[in-house]
Ligand binder design. Sequence first.
Ligand code: URA
Length: 250
Amino acid sequence: MRLDKFLAQQGVGSRAEVKQLIKKGCITVNGRSCRLADMKIDENADVVQYNGVPLSYQEFYYYMLNKPAGVVSATSDNVNDTVLSLLKGVNTKNLFPVGRLDKDTEGLLLLTNDGQLAHDLLSPNKHVKKTYFTVIDGKISVKEIKALESGIDIGDETITRPAGLQVLNPDTAKRYLPPSFNVEKAEACYILLTITEGRFHQVKRMFQAVGRNVLYLKRIAMGNLSLDPGLKSGAFRELSADEIKNLKKV
Ligand code: URA
């Protein structure tokens, strides 16, 4: 890899900025000052230092975002803020969201530059589990639960794959709800729904198929990755090494 490309990828600066740093002699490769921006380095073996501080090469980045409502799951958008704009201080150049959450959906969104992992997590053949905390209007009946669990016609060519449903009491539901949501007043039902597909607006369409509207939707898990309960809405963090390892077991 070219030295200037490596430095830019490490977030040292833009390509133009790192060229200036190289010219000024701020960069050493294996202990020797290097003033050639196009010098080829082995990013896995060579020790590159910026003002004496070693830069370690990381090929892939993984961030967990607690997506707030109002931002779109895209890398660019002419009208709305994107999920990438929330990753303050991060070099987002090659990052993308793994799958989409609707603009009004909140919760767990993985952002990475690891195309293979994204492909595996989204592949329709892998049936990766996604769990959503859902608030619907009105009480759900046993018949409706059974219909959703066994698979339901949402207007596609095939019915949905079997799903898991767990009805929560309002006290348990509070841990997933935004502070603005009034549990006492709402005539609502709180459900954890686990699906193994990713059809367009799938959760909303599943509940619509049994005559219910989704009032609030938040993803709390995807594959082996759970939303960190300590992450406030709009906050993000890098995944731990264990989280990455577990996520790759798809
Ligand atoms: N299902 C939906 O209806 N919306 C989402 O954002 C995710 C799943």
